[in-house]
Write a protein that binds this ligand. Structure first.
Ligand code: NAD
Length: 408
């Protein structure tokens, strides 16, 4: 793999191509972005392909929490919105979108009243809408922080998609806004509500593989070779940071932490961006990192937008191994133990994770229950991704404090 050092001429080209970046930002994707100014705006996009809308709306359960869905993209329309049906305490109360035609179609299908359908420009008006108690932000990552802070200013609770934001400074801004407003902030880390991952955490806590020596995770996919940053936000620096690590590799990072139950004390990494590939003018193609934990365990994380698909987590201990493949997908999980304990797990329907996370926030809002995946967890992970990029850039190990901050 080539390192991330790139020539001054290339920096200048990148700086020209993306007017909102300084040259320094072009050299180090991700963590420095929002500090360079040039924040992106929200804009309407067409209806994604292959969306099936409900044939008739469901009635909200009495006393359930009303959510405004912000961003009617692929994940909202295909995964999360259909799952409100299965939640006990959550319903769709409002929609926010930049595409009026899509807003009307989706609003009609889900039975959202016309006066509860907002454009991005009208977003702050949700403050006066008592039907909305919480906002679910399903926008490109570079927009999460601003929309969350404005939701808190409007007095709403926030469920924010992963990754929480592009920089730890933005995460801190979101946490401070939640505290000021005395509202809940949850990061939508759905796997914490998925039966195989929950069981895996319990297995590792009771040392089902003995002492953990290694964790290996892969989150790999291949972005369409004809994609460009102007039409695919996932490869646009201002909206996606460094690319695959924030979007997909974050699952491997999360797995390494909840399976070991530890925070890393040092990180080494490498990041690769091929020349002359229109997909990777602004983001990395691949990031590989190695995390060392205080127990001596080591996690090796690979993530890419340019590799054959893979989604695995393997934990190798001194008496056995846990194999999860796929590990963090929407469904179809497979998990087995090898070694001293040999067994396969069949733990029911993984898709309960979607409604599970909605009802978890609603429980916290209604009953004051503690949030399993709070803003502080999102901040922790963004700090670790910043450390991964810093290690890749310097070519040296980055040492960390227990809260994930880089040691100066
Ligand atoms: P998408 O491109 O399908 O949808 C993005 C939505 O944001 C669209 O409705 C689009 O109109 C809107 N948008 C507003 N401003 C935009 C802009 N400037 N550029 C592009 N779109 C803009 O993306 P998605 O896959 O639905 O992802 C949305 C969020 O959900 C991201 O934060 C992503 O990380 C997260 N996500 C989470 C999971 C998960 O498993 N938890 C899976 C997929 C996506």
């Amino acid at each position: 793999m080539t390192g991330i050092n790139i020539s001054r001429r290339r920096l200048i080209e990148l700086g020209r191509a993306t007017a909102s970046f300084t040259l320094a930002a072009a050299a180090i994707p991700g963590p420095v972005l929002a500090q360079t100014g040039g924040r992106p705006g929200a804009r309407g996009r067409p209806m994604p392909a292959n969306v099936s809308l409900p044939s008739r709306p469901t009635r909200p359960r009495p006393g359930s929490v009303g959510y405004a869905i912000v961003g009617l993209g692929d994940y909202a329309l295909k995964q999360m919105m259909p799952r409100f049906d299965r939640s006990q305490r959550s319903h769709i109360a409002a929609l926010v979108s930049g595409n009026p035609e899509k807003l009307a179609r989706v609003g009609d299908a889900y039975g959202v009243p016309e006066d509860a359908r907002y454009s991005y420009e009208q977003y702050d008006r949700i403050a006066a809408d008592r039907r909305i108690e919480a906002v679910y932000i399903v926008l490109p990552t570079g927009l999460h922080a601003d929309f969350a802070v404005r939701a808190f200013a409007a007095g709403k609770h926030v469920l924010c998609e992963k990754p929480m934001a592009l920089t730890s400074a933005d995460c801190e801004r979101m946490i401070a806004a939640a505290r000021r407003a005395d509202r809940k902030l949850m990061i939508a880390y759905r796997v914490h509500f998925e039966p195989h991952n929950i069981e895996a955490m319990a297995l590792m806590q009771r040392r089902a593989v003995g002492n953990i020596r290694f964790v290996r995770t892969e989150q790999l996919s291949r972005t369409d070779p004809s994609s460009t940053p102007s039409e695919n936000w996932r490869i646009s620096r201002t909206l996606a940071g460094g690319g695959p690590l924030e979007d997909y590799g974050i699952y491997g990072l999360q797995s390494a932490l909840y399976l070991t139950g530890e925070m890393p004390e040092s990180i080494t990494a490498t990041a690769f961006r091929p020349a002359n590939d229109p997909r990777f003018t602004e983001v990395f193609a691949s990031v590989a990192s190695q995390l060392r934990f205080p127990s001596g365990a080591v996690a090796q994380l690979a993530t890419s937008y340019d590799a054959h698909g893979s989604n695995i987590a393997h934990v190798l201990g001194d008496t056995g191994a846990l194999i999860m493949d796929p590990a963090t997908s929407y469904e179809g999980h497979e998990m087995r133990l090898e070694g001293r304990e040999r067994r396969s797990f069949s733990l029911g329907d993984p898709t309960v994770q979607f409604a599970g996370q909605l009802d978890h926030l609603s429980d916290a809002i209604r009953d004051g229950a503690a949030i399993r995946t709070p803003g502080e967890m999102g901040l922790r992970d963004v700090r670790l991704m910043e450390a991964i990029y810093a290690a890749a850039e310097s070519g040296r190990a980055v040492r960390l404090d227990p809260d994930g901050q880089m040691r100066r």
